[in-house]
Design a protein around this ligand. Structure first.
Ligand code: CP
Length: 313
């Protein structure tokens, strides 16, 4: 595998999940694979889980890691071709990507959606700029439209926790005071489309995700109806896609409570706002899988890096 940019780069989800579960049993078993290899983690946005779990994964594989808060510490990058760079941008992606490629064998990038310009966000200028001009593999650590490391970690968690041949899994919108991107919901949806599951998305009208991603997934606007007989409820806020980046409403009736979810397992990628997105009683209960999801971020990243390193041999 050359790059890991989206869930579509997974050639067999069941095989990748099995690989991750095996790595979880013995995290250091491939510690020679990454010897003398360096990964550069470039962050244009904040992170806790992605930053630490991807470093941990690289360390388990014997890699050296370089981490840079590119957004706050690097030169402001220009992405357009032919620009007269007489304004705020100091360095072009053409040079930056080639330079980083000399220091690193793999480059991983986090660059969120700006949520003001849909066309620009969907062009994935940062991720695709590095893909175009770097000479080494690129890993998506959450871009404008996808968070495939999170999606793979969620697949691992579902596989570990599921006891049914065809579980009911619901992706539910929940309120949040700020406009949030669609990346986690998109990758979770794409990952669920690769599973044998009864998968339903629920959200208030106006919060439809990109129909090119949801495709023929069932959308149920009544959250309580969607939650009936659910085995897993994956919760995430996202801003409107049609009225791009807008917070249309923050209806507290969509907050996740114990009464709403019954006996279903609760999932969220974190960070989560307590008693806005989900009540304490759910997050603090043994129905919550959020800490295990975060743990599986290491083995998702390790699976991806292992496959890339094997391709470098
Ligand atoms: N879930 C996730 O990506 O967490 P961070 O934003 O803390 O990396």
């Amino acid at each position: 595998m050359k790059h890991y940019l989206s869930i579509n780069d997974i050639d067999s989800l069941p095989n990748w999940v099995e690989e991750a579960k095996s790595l979880k049993q013995n995290p250091r078993k491939d510690s020679a694979l990454g010897k003398d290899k360096t990964i550069g983690l470039l962050f244009f946005n904040n992170s806790l889980r992605t930053r630490l779990s991807t470093q941990k994964a690289a360390m388990n594989l014997g890699m050296d890691t370089i981490v840079m808060n590119f957004g706050s510490e690097g030169w402001a990058l220009e992405y357009e071709d032919g620009t007269v760079m007489d304004q705020g941008k100091s360095e072009h992606i053409k040079e930056a990507a080639q330079v980083v490629s000399q220091y690193c064998d793999i480059i991983a990038i986090r660059a969120f959606a700006g949520l003001t310009d849909k066309e620009k966000d969907e062009a994935e200028v940062v991720l695709n700029g590095f893909k175009k001009y770097a000479s080494v593999p690129i890993v998506n650590m959450e871009s404008s439209v996808g968070h495939p490391l999170q999606g793979l970690a969620d697949a691992i968690t579902l596989a570990e926790q599921n006891t049914k041949p065809k579980p009911k899994v619901v992706l539910s919108w929940a309120p949040h005071p700020r406009a949030l991107p669609h990346a986690v919901a998109n990758s979770f949806t794409e990952m669920m489309q690769l599973q044998d599951a009864d998968f339903v998305i629920t959200h208030p009208k106006g919060y439809e995700l990109n129909p090119e991603i949801t495709k023929n997934t069932t959308i149920e606007y009544d959250q309580n109806k969607a939650f009936e007989n659910a085995d897993f409820i994956y919760v995430k806020n996202w801003s409107s896609y049609n009225e791009y980046g807008k917070v249309l409403q923050q209806d507290p009736n969509w907050t996740i409570t114990k009464e709403k979810i019954g006996d279903a397992k609760f999932m969220h990628c974190l960070p989560v706002r307590r008693n806005v997105v989900v009540a304490d009683e759910v997050l603090d209960s043994n129905q919550s899988l959020v800490i295990e999801q975060a743990n599986n971020r290491t083995y998702a990243a390790q699976t991806v890096l292992k496959k890339i390193l094997e391709g470098l041999k």
